[in-house]
Design a protein around this ligand. Structure first.
Ligand code: SF4
Length: 284
């Protein structure tokens, strides 16, 4: 089995146990033995991932107490009062993987004070759900919880956040890795779904880093290559870094270019206001 180095954060299904020193994110199955998982991984367990449907089993959910929990949400209909009560003891992060019901879910989760990660849906789903989410993030005066990736992008523009979408979405080659249920390894699931892997768990780490895909991702990470021709002249390359067209050069990223522009403008306004206040505001 691959011996991942300790600096790696590896996303792995609960059916596969990873030896070695790397940190792990474990994708749980309902009714997995949580005590056994904690004992097996100890301090190496970074966080666990569950799906919305598991929120209905309050007894099992309660066993996750003390762990960081990422919840992949569908339509949000199973978020009962009992589940909220347990989740309030856990500091969960909700990942919204579908634009269906996106705005309603963000509204609900933000009102409960939960941080939210909106996935990078492409323009084929229409701009409306994502732009409404952005508007909510920018203009809701009562919002007191981060809505990602908008929050990190804004921090980036203000000079105080992660570099690009690669780090915001946890796809940094040399830091993040993803193991499929079949033992295929890549930097994240979206690459595996299109058949792009470093190799499998039967390979050594040295063999994986020598793969063509790994070396291509290193070149992108180090700024030596853009993943797609349109990225070379894109005004948002400093924020996106070619992430959106990383897997598919035809990916329709126009929706997100508009989002980057809106956030950049908002960031400029904040910076301008801060500068003005620093100089004494009305009393200058
Ligand atoms: S927004 Fe699109 S064109 Fe611009 S860097 Fe990202 S993927 Fe490339």
């Amino acid at each position: 089995m691959t011996d991942f180095p300790h600096e790696l954060l590896v996303n792995v299904p609960s059916s596969i146990f990873l030896t070695g020193g790397c940190e792990v994110v474990v994708r749980l199955q309902h009714k997995d033995d949580i005590a056994r998982l904690r004992a097996a991984y100890g301090q190496r367990l970074h966080h666990v991932v569950i799906h919305e449907k598991e929120l209905g089993d309050i007894a099992w959910l309660s066993e996750l107490l003390g762990l960081r929990v990422e919840i992949v949400l569908g339509d949000g209909d199973t978020l009962s009062n009992d589940a909220v009560e347990v989740l309030n003891t856990m500091q969960p992060l909700f990942r919204l993987d579908t634009p269906v019901g996106l705005f309603r879910n963000i509204n609900l989760l933000a009102s409960l004070g939960y941080p939210v990660m909106v996935n990078a849906f492409d323009g084929n789903h229409g701009m409306e759900p994502v732009t409404r989410a952005l508007s909510y993030y920018l203009h809701n005066p009562l919002l007191n919880t981060p809505i990602e990736p908008f929050h990190s992008i804004m921090r980036h523009f203000l000079g105080n956040g992660p570099d690009t979408l690669w780090s915001i979405f946890g796809e940094v080659v040399g830091r993040n890795a993803y193991v499929s249920e079949l033992g295929e390894i890549s930097v994240a699931q979206r690459w595996i779904l299109t058949g792009l892997c470093f190799g499998t768990l039967n390979d050594t780490w040295e063999k994986l880093v020598a793969s063509g895909l790994y070396r291509r991702l290193v070149r992108i990470r180090d700024g030596n290559s853009a993943s797609a021709p349109p990225c070379v002249s894109c005004p948002h390359r400093d924020t996106c870094g070619g992430f959106l067209r990383g897997v598919n050069v035809e990916w329709p990223c126009e929706v997100w270019q508009k989002i980057f522009a809106d956030l950049r403008n908002q960031g400029r306004q904040v910076m301008g206001l801060t500068e003005w206040l620093t100089k004494g505001g009305c009393n200058a």
